[in-house]
Ligand binder design. Structure first.
Ligand SMILES: Cc1cc2nc3c(=O)[nH]c(=O)nc-3n(C[C@H](O)[C@H](O)[C@H](O)COP(=O)(O)OP(=O)(O)OC[C@H]3O[C@@H](n4cnc5c(N)ncnc54)[C@H](O)[C@@H]3O)c2cc1C
Length: 483
């Protein structure tokens, strides 16, 4: 069999790796993706492995959400073995920064996340923090309530200090650049794999199946089975292809993260807030560079706004906000840190915010994207399932929730949906220094938001379901539609 994989981010490459493990010596894999990886979400990721720390007050309320959490929780447990498999498979071809692997002594893969609850924004933080604690208890996950003053390298400004914090020892992070380099090396050194440095413009179908993919240079690449896993640009590839299938629309979740070097104040653990309206709150994660190299590099994340098209540079407001929030809420000594790199990545975000993973109704096309803000973390689990799909092996039937041609998942009723959007918008304003002059003004702002969001629900015909907060602007501007 010949497998053609479109894309070269964590989802495409981890799936190729699993496929190599499962298929025979005569099989071939062709990977088509641009070497420069512009807009790669994978390279912009921190990359945290958070399941519980990602929980919010409205999580785990539907079967789809519960299944998603189950996969995320499984991924946290699978990463250590997955990383060991990658190291073993790379053998002599480990990236040079991994050549004296320090994995057991604080290398690229480490564990331990502090979630802080401060008063820098509004009450949504408190609700989400409470939901995290509840889930940790309910699922019997190891955790410790800690005095925020005992968190290593935590020196917030006085008016933004946390009042409570929880330590989750099993939730860690990796350097995504090293992991991707490792996968690149493994795949490039396997005789069964061919890597083509090119962008796919479209796919051509005939007789109910894909005939070949076409690159920007006009080259046609054909195979028996195809995996389309090109992150957010998957949408434009599908639109250009004019295939006879209707998939859930994808958007670009433009996200900025910053790499800094913080002289004298290195992190040893991840420190983050709960999720906040519009994005994932503020986090700071150690960024491992290699044996003997500075341990003072830290990734600060992350902003998010949805766009129907790619955006190549970070917005000033996002960069300013991240630098200030990290300095005020995590470590005042970052005032002296240096900005090493601004990452801009496109989170593949679907119209209902759930992933698109499954065999399409075209006989030989599997689609895998839409992992939004935790695709890196989920990759050990998703790659296994994607490889099985390509091999026509059975998978958990609940993956039908994420079928690329499903109906939109509408798992929140209208009233709750409107409450969630208003809550999220208020949180967003508080993150950007909104200070009402009195309580009545605050109520007025809330009411104005509510009327506006109710009107938007009426306009798009959301009579019995709620628009996800991330999607509000896409519905407002007519880019997201309901049939
Ligand atoms: C700022 C930020 C922080 C994040 N933090 C985390 C985190 O801490 N933990 C976590 O788990 N997740 C995190 N995420 C989310 C995570 O990065 C994504 O869910 C995941 O990387 C998606 O992987 P992917 O392979 O689908 O997409 P991508 O990584 O975007 O890869 C898509 C690839 O396809 C290639 N491509 C594009 N167009 C074409 C084409 N036409 N033809 C062929 N190839 C093409 C691109 O070059 C790219 O390499 C973060 C994302 C961002 C933006």
């Amino acid at each position: 069999m010949k497998y053609v994989i479109i894309g070269n981010g964590i989802i495409a490459l981890s799936s190729a790796f699993r496929l190599l493990q499962k298929c025979g010596s005569q099989d071939e894999i062709v990977i088509v993706g641009p070497a420069d990886r512009v807009g790669s979400a994978t390279l912009a990721a921190a990359a945290m492995q958070n399941s519980f720390a990602e929980i919010g007050a409205h999580s785990l309320k539907s079967d789809e959400d519960f299944f998603h959490f189950e996969l995320s929780h499984k991924a946290t447990r699978e990463w250590p073995a997955f990383e060991r498999d990658l190291i073993a498979a790379a053998g002599e071809n480990l990236p040079k920064d991994c050549s004296q692997c320090e994995i057991y002594t604080g290398g690229c893969f480490e564990q331990g996340t502090y979630v802080i609850n401060n008063t820098a924004t509004d009450e949504l933080d408190d609700k989400n923090f409470k939901a995290i604690l509840q889930a940790l208890e309910d699922f019997n996950e190891q955790h410790m309530l800690v005095d925020p003053a005992d968190i290593p390298n935590y020196y917030p400004s006085q008016h933004k200090r946390a009042t409570q914090a929880v330590y989750i020892p099993n939730e860690g992070w990796l350097n995504p650049r090293l992991v991707l380099e490792k996968l690149d090396n493994i795949l490039a050194n396997d005789d069964r794999v061919t890597v083509i440095d090119a962008k796919v413009t479209h796919l051509e179908a005939e007789g109910g199946q894909i005939k070949h993919v076409v690159t920007e240079g006009g080259e046609c690449v054909s195979g028996d089975e195809y995996l389309l896993a090109a992150g957010a640009p998957t949408q434009s590839i599908l639109e250009n292809s004019k295939l006879d299938i209707e998939t859930i629309k994808m958007f670009y979740g433009i996200g900025v993260s910053l790499e800094i070097v913080s002289p004298g104040y290195p992190h040893t653990k991840c420190i983050r807030t709960p999720n906040r309206g519009g994005a994932c709150g503020v986090y700071t994660v150690p960024f491992y560079l290699g044996p003997g190299k500075s341990k003072e590099h830290i990734v600060i994340g992350a902003s998010n706004y949805l766009s129907p098209e790619p955006v190549y540079h970070g917005r000033l407001i996002s960069i300013e906000h991240l630098m200030r929030a990290a300095t005020e809420e995590i470590n005042g000594h970052f005032y002296n840190a240096q900005l090493v790199r601004t990452n801009v990545g496109w989170r593949p975000t679907s119209q209902d915010t759930f992933p698109l993973i499954g065999r399409s109704s075209l006989r030989n096309l599997t689609i895998a994207t839409g992992t939004k803000r935790d695709g890196f973390h989920m990759s050990p689990v998703l790659s296994e399932v994607i490889a099985d799909m390509l091999l026509h092996n059975p998978v958990d039937t609940r993956f039908s929730y994420f079928h690329p041609e499903r109906e939109l998942i509408k798992n929140v009723d209208r009233e709750t949906g409107i409450d969630i959007v208003v809550e999220s918008l208020m949180s967003e304003q508080y993150q950007h220094d909104y200070r009402p002059s009195n309580i009545r003004m605050n109520q007025q702002v809330r009411n104005t938001y509510r009327q506006d969001i109710e009107a938007l629900h009426d306009k798009v015909g959301a009579v019995d379901w709620g628009i996800p907060p991330e999607l509000v602007n896409m519905y407002r501007r007519g880019f997201a539609k309901v049939k």
